[in-house]
Design a binder for this molecule. Structure first.
Ligand code: ZN
Ligand code: ZN
Length: 231
C-alpha cells in the first residue's frame, strides 16, 4: 500500500510536457503547444527582407521576370504583388493573413505583416506573425526607358487632373482605367503632382481614351488637356 503513494494519477493516453509538466496528449516531442511555440520558430528561414524594383516615373513595380505592375501604396494590388514575391517561402507555411504596416511614403520601404501557420509534430499547428520589409530600388521600366530614349514620339497627350474636392472620384477613375485597360495604347503614363499624363503615339488612340473617360466619368470632375495640336 505504501508504494501507491508515489503513483501519479494519470488519465490514459496523456503524458506530461517535458518542459513545463502540464498534462497533455502525447506527441513526438512530448512538449505542449505553449512550450513548442517558445521553442520552435516557424518563420525561420523565411525571408524578412526583399528588394523590389520600382519605376519612379510611372509608379509601377517589377514582377519578375519582366512584367511591370502599376500599383499605389497601400493598395490591394500592391499587397498581392508583395505576397506573390514570397511565393517560394509561402510554400513552406500556410498564409493566414497579410496586411500593410504604415511606412513613411518617401522612405522607399514597404512593410507587410504576415500571419502564417505550420503543422509541427503530428498535428500541433503553430501560428506566428512576422514582418517582411521590401526595399524599393528605383529603376525605370521598359516603356519609360523607351520613352526617354525617344521623348518626341508621342503625338497626343491627355492630361488628367484631379480637383481637390473630387479626390475620391479621381481615385475611382484611375481604378476604372486600369480595370478596363483603357490606357493600354498609351506609350507612356506619367504620374504628376495633381494627376496623370497619358502619351499616345497615335491620335486616334488618344481620342478613344478621351471618349472612354467621357463615358465613365462626368468630365466636369477632371480637367483634360491635349497637346501637340489638339485632337
Ligand atoms: Zn509545456
Ligand atoms: Zn515606368
Amino acid at each position: 500500500m505504501a508504494s501507491d503513494m508515489f503513483v501519479v494519477p494519470q488519465t490514459r493516453g496523456t503524458v506530461l510536457c517535458c518542459k513545463c509538466g502540464i498534462s497533455m496528449a502525447p506527441n513526438p516531442a512530448n512538449m505542449c503547444v505553449t512550450c513548442l511555440r517558445s521553442e520552435v520558430d516557424i518563420t525561420e528561414g523565411l525571408r524578412k527582407h526583399v528588394t523590389i524594383m520600382h519605376c519612379p516615373d510611372c509608379d509601377s513595380y517589377l514582377q519578375p521576370p519582366r512584367t511591370w505592375i502599376k500599383a499605389q501604396l497601400e493598395s490591394k494590388e500592391l499587397l498581392t504583388f508583395c505576397v506573390k514575391r514570397l511565393e517560394t517561402d509561402l510554400k513552406k507555411v500556410r498564409l493566414v493573413n497579410a496586411e500593410f504596416i504604415w511606412t513613411e511614403p518617401h522612405s522607399k520601404r514597404i512593410k507587410v505583416k504576415l500571419k502564417v501557420q505550420k503543422e509541427v509534430l503530428n498535428g500541433a499547428i503553430l501560428e506566428q506573425s512576422y514582418v517582411v520589409e521590401y526595399v524599393q530600388q528605383d529603376n525605370m521600366c521598359d516603356s519609360c526607358t523607351r520613352f526617354q530614349a525617344n521623348p518626341d514620339q508621342w503625338v497626343a497627350s491627355v492630361q488628367l487632373r484631379q480637383r481637390v474636392s473630387h479626390r475620391r472620384t479621381f481615385f475611382y477613375l484611375e481604378q476604372l482605367i486600369l480595370k478596363h485597360d483603357a490606357a493600354a495604347h498609351a506609350i507612356k503614363i506619367k504620374q504628376m503632382d495633381q494627376g496623370i499624363d497619358f502619351f499616345f503615339a497615335n491620335r486616334s488612340h488618344a481620342v478613344k481614351f478621351v471618349e472612354f473617360l467621357g463615358k465613365v466619368a462626368p468630365t466636369k470632375r477632371f480637367d483634360l488637356f491635349a497637346s501637340k495640336g489638339g485632337y
